[in-house]
Ligand binder design. Structure first.
Ligand code: LMR
Length: 411
């Protein structure tokens, strides 16, 4: 008699996540000079994930409160949600004051994207989302998981290192009303190349004309040009009467990756609509994970609601931003002096945020990792916050090596 097959015999092996599995490979690498430029984690100049001073102080204060651990409401902590609105839109924004934004506490930015996607899938959109080409890999998986068909609109221009704005707008012009368009508020992941204000306005015009539904991912507020500057597009969309969604995350700007702290805001036409939307968001939360985790949100709430800790956070965030800019300048000059090039690496200075699209191909990325212990994502995305004063030269030498080798092979 043949053995009955096991229920899970046909479950395929998981190939692993292209970004998260890099972190495991990196951790298992024993080489002392290895450099983590793959996953989007901010490291300080000593190569540590920092515990911000404002977080340290807020953690002590929250620990001293000795609250029982009850369930949070499905939509999260009230003061936290209010603080999220103030940070994302500005406390005095008309959309905030008129109560036409439904804001929810979410488990990180990814949790916000999933709840938002579920909500949109159920409540009247075309079941199609368009993401930038390229985008964060997980956007595609998240939306497909929520039952969307995923299309890609032109974005990055390999030839110029800029954006194919006209092609992007032409694509938007052909999309049916109700199509969701996933946009990056700032610090585009993976390219580091952002729309200018004029580009944004052209995008907003076509979104309004076609009745598209923007879903803005703002995972890096404060890592580009500043907290307010990086929220410019979100605030402009809200001022121009567009109904849209925005997912924000505190993983990077609070260095609180493991606590899963984020928010989802849906900007509606009226307060009444916002209340009904909030109800449906609660239902989506209940179906997904019932209610959000409390700990990280209490810490962020404590910082955002204390004028002294808020000022300290802004200062610490400014220092992180400045360090990333310094590392961009450092790698730019180290590469130019090693390779004797002028201008070839200027993209490092133009791009913003944690990521830089280097143009290195998968074979070059593999050589960087295997021969030099320098970890990038296969797409050629380099995380500048993994650069340090004491590894810049090693990384520059490694990149120079793979580029020179390619040049020699093609000569
Ligand atoms: C990244 O893009 O590296 C980060 O957002 C981390 C992640 O979850 O992929």
């Amino acid at each position: 008699m043949s053995k009955p097959s096991s229920l899970f015999d046909r479950v395929p092996a998981y190939a692993g996540d292209p970004i998260l599995s890099l972190m495991q490979l990196f951790q298992a690498d024993a080489r002392p000079h290895k450099a983590s430029l793959g996953i989007g984690l901010y490291f300080d100049d000593a190569g540590r994930i920092p515990v911000l001073d404002c977080v340290r102080q807020a953690t002590a204060a929250v620990a001293g409160e000795e609250r029982p651990s009850s369930y949070l409401p499905m939509e999260g902590l009230p003061a936290y949600r209010q603080a999220v609105q103030a940070l994302v839109f500005g406390a005095g924004h008309e959309a905030v004051l008129s109560g036409r934004i439904a804001t929810l506490q979410s488990p990180g930015g990814s949790g916000a994207l999933k709840v938002g996607a579920d909500f949109l899938r159920q409540h009247g959109t075309a079941g199609q989302v368009w993401v930038s080409d390229p985008t964060w890999d997980n956007h595609v998986a998240l939306f497909e998981g929520a039952g969307f068909e995923v299309g890609r609109y032109p974005y990055y221009d390999e030839a110029t290192g800029g954006i194919r704005v006209q092609a992007m707008i032409d694509t938007f012009r052909c999309l049916p009303a109700g199509t969701v368009v996933l946009l990056h508020a700032s610090c585009h992941n993976p390219t580091g190349v952002d729309l200018t204000h004029a580009d944004w306005q052209a995008v907003i015009d076509v979104v309004a004309e076609r009745g598209l539904v923007p879903f803005v991912d703002m995972a890096y507020q404060g890592f580009g040009d500043g907290l307010d500057e990086d929220a410019w597009a979100v605030r402009t969309l809200a001022s121009q009467g567009i109904e849209f969604l925005v997912a924000n995350s505190f993983s990077k700007n609070f260095s609180l990756y493991g606590e899963r702290v984020g928010g989802l805001s849906v900007v509606c036409a009226s307060q009444d609509a916002a209340q009904r939307v909030l109800g449906q968001l609660q239902a989506a939360v209940r179906r997904n994970y019932s209610s959000p985790p409390a700990y990280g949100a209490r810490i962020v709430e404590h910082v955002l609601c204390s004028p002294q800790l808020l000022a300290l956070w802004q200062q610490e965030l400014g220092a992180m931003r400045e360090r990333m800019l310094q590392m961009r300048r450092g790698l730019h000059s180290a590469l130019n002096s090693r390779l004797g090039t002028q201008g070839a690496f200027d993209f490092l200075l133009r791009q913003r945020g944690m990521f830089s699209y280097t143009g290195l191909n998968p074979a070059q990325v593999e050589r960087l990792r295997e021969v030099h212990g320098v970890y990038l994502v296969a797409s050629g995305r380099l995380c500048v916050s993994g650069l340090r004063t004491d590894n810049l030269q090693h990384v520059a030498a490694a990149i120079a090596d793979v580029l020179e080798r390619e040049a020699a092979e093609t000569a």
